[in-house]
Write a protein that binds this ligand. Structure first.
Ligand code: DAT
Ligand code: MG
Length: 153
């Protein structure tokens, strides 16, 4: 029986968009073998970002985080595959780029924790919440890639 394939919410932050890293970040997930099931560009409101980061509301960096995240367009995406949440976090690297291993997205492409270019869900449960916060059901596109049998045994 096929192993369960989960979905994760990955978002390119305003600095990733401004720095022209959208293609590079998408390519890493695409090349890995994950399946893109939703993608758009939005200039998010502070209200949406406050909801997105609600669990960090009491942290001192929260106002700055919301301001930065609402300072320009972001590219939210949903990627699907085996262990997509955990593997997606590994691909992003540690929250602080100073600690992100070379080869990871943050390790290779950014320097400062307040400009770490990408977001990735930290659990299957938060992925579900984040996907429904950023996308409508209609925006999620289920499909089977032609190379599916070459990515999964
Ligand atoms: P992650 O994005 O790796 O899930 P998080 O959920 O703990 O990390 O924090 C969300 C974002 O907030 C993070 O990507 C960058 C910012 N952030 C976290 N800790 C910070 C800090 N100490 N100073 C400034 N920004 C911080
Ligand atoms: Mg987080």
């Amino acid at each position: 029986m096929a192993e369960p394939r989960e979905r994760t919410f990955i978002m390119i932050k305003p600095d990733g968009v401004q720095r022209g890293l959208v293609g590079e970040i998408i390519q890493r997930f695409e090349k890995k073998g994950f399946k893109l099931v939703a993608l758009k560009q939005v200039w998010a409101s502070e209200q949406l970002l406050q909801q997105h980061y609600a669990d960090l509301a009491s942290r001192p960096f929260f106002p700055g985080l919301v301001k930065y995240m609402s300072s320009g367009p972001v590219v939210p995406m949903v990627w699907e595959g085996l262990n997509a949440v955990k593997t997606g976090r590994v691909m992003l690297g540690a929250t602080n780029p100073a600690d992100s291993a070379p080869g990871t997205i943050r390790g290779d492409l950014c320097i400062h924790v307040g400009r770490n270019i990408t977001h990735g869900s930290d659990s299957v449960e938060s992925a579900k919440k984040e996907i429904s916060l950023w996308f409508t059901d209609k925006e999620i596109v289920g499909w089977t890639p032609a190379n599916d049998n070459w990515v999964y045994e």
